[in-house]
Design a binder for this molecule. Structure first.
Ligand code: FAD
Length: 297
């Protein structure tokens, strides 16, 4: 399948992108890794008349530590995140997500910024990063603005990006020790989107109680959400098998999956409870300094 004809631009700065967006409006689309947009264009689900390739903008690349935050340019590739020593050491939940996203080819091209802007309900970055303190920086005609990820995605495939705006950076708080995180994804076959996924980030007190806990759910609703009731149950308490069973039931109740070719509502809810417990166990092990390999389910 071939996409409809389009005019191609390869600007060198964010300002030029904004100018092109202002000139061509709804007929223009930004091209990052192209791993979602190009398939949609081939299927003619999207037929932009103007394609703005941002891959030559050096300021959008790379990842770095800035104080107590990890800052990724919008063009940071999935594979680059997975390879980062800082991510593996301080944010293993992100290493899990990077290594479980799609396949090697897609991971080498697809970008974190593109994943968040695309806001696929089953996307791995939206779900994984929601368990962390994540902000998204957006460039527009009035300059830059930064919003929490929890406010950036507003519905399935919908963000609060305006027509003359683009994502430039994603910033994640580096958790304080002793803390650990894990992202567990269940997929029907290797390289596929999630049937269900759960991220858990936990900080432990001296007695093993959860000083802070975040539980994010992916592919379990129109957009990723936090399992707030389960978080409230676990906060301030040390996990016991009974408590985790109860928390798993709350996760299942908070999940709002749709039935589709990947499974029924009941099946996905059931999965949510199981993978929550796996993610929680791996997150706690990591917080306690135990070795847990980057997760592949
Ligand atoms: C075979 C296959 C398997 C896949 N499996 C998975 C999977 O398991 N999990 C998963 O999460 N994803 C999966 N994907 C999607 C992949 O991860 C994409 O890379 C990702 O969803 C989009 O990133 P991208 O850089 O490719 O964006 P693009 O395809 O270039 O763009 C996607 C959308 O975001 C917009 N956009 C891109 N960058 C910006 C920006 N900086 N500012 C504003 N708007 C922007 C574009 O205009 C477009 O609307 C898969 C894709 C393929 C082809």
């Amino acid at each position: 399948m071939y996409p409809a004809a389009f005019e191609y631009f390869a600007p060198g700065t964010v300002d030029e992108v904004l100018e092109l967006l202002a000139r061509h409006g709804e007929d223009a689309k930004i091209l990052a890794g192209g791993q979602s947009l190009i398939p949609m264009m081939k299927l003619r689900i999207a037929s932009p008349r103007f394609l703005i390739d941002v891959n030559r903008i050096a300021s959008l690349t790379g990842l770095r530590q800035e104080g107590d935050r990890l800052v990724m340019g919008a063009l940071c590739r999935h594979a680059e995140v997975g390879r980062s020593g800082l991510v593996r050491l301080r944010l293993p939940l992100m290493a899990d997500a990077a290594s479980q996203t799609a396949d090697v080819q897609v991971r080498n091209r697809g970008t974190v910024g593109g994943s968040l802007a695309h806001a696929d309900p089953a996307g791995d970055w939206p779900a994984a990063l929601l368990a962390l303190d994540t902000t998204v920086t957006i460039a527009g005609r009035d300059g830059l603005r930064t919003v929490p990820l929890s406010e950036f995605i507003v519905d399935a495939y919908t963000t609060q990006l305006g027509p003359i705006e683009m994502v430039t950076e994603i910033s994640v708080q580096l958790p304080k020790a002793p803390s650990g995180g894990a992202y567990v994804k269940f997929e029907k076959r290797a390289g596929d989107f999630a049937v269900a996924s759960v991220g858990v980030q936990v900080e432990l007190a001296e007695g093993g109680q959860c000083r802070s806990i975040a539980i994010s759910l992916g592919a379990l609703g129109a957009m990723p959400t936090r399992a707030r009731a389960a978080e409230a149950l676990l906060l301030g308490r040390a996990a016991s098998p009974e408590l985790l069973t109860e928390a798993g039931q709350l996760v299942q109740a908070e999940a709002q999956p749709f039935a589709d070719t990947r499974g029924s509502v009941e099946y996905k809810r059931h999965l949510a409870g199981i993978i929550f417990r796996r993610a929680f166990a791996a997150a706690v092990d990591r917080a306690l300094g135990r070795e847990v390999e980057t997760l592949h389910v």
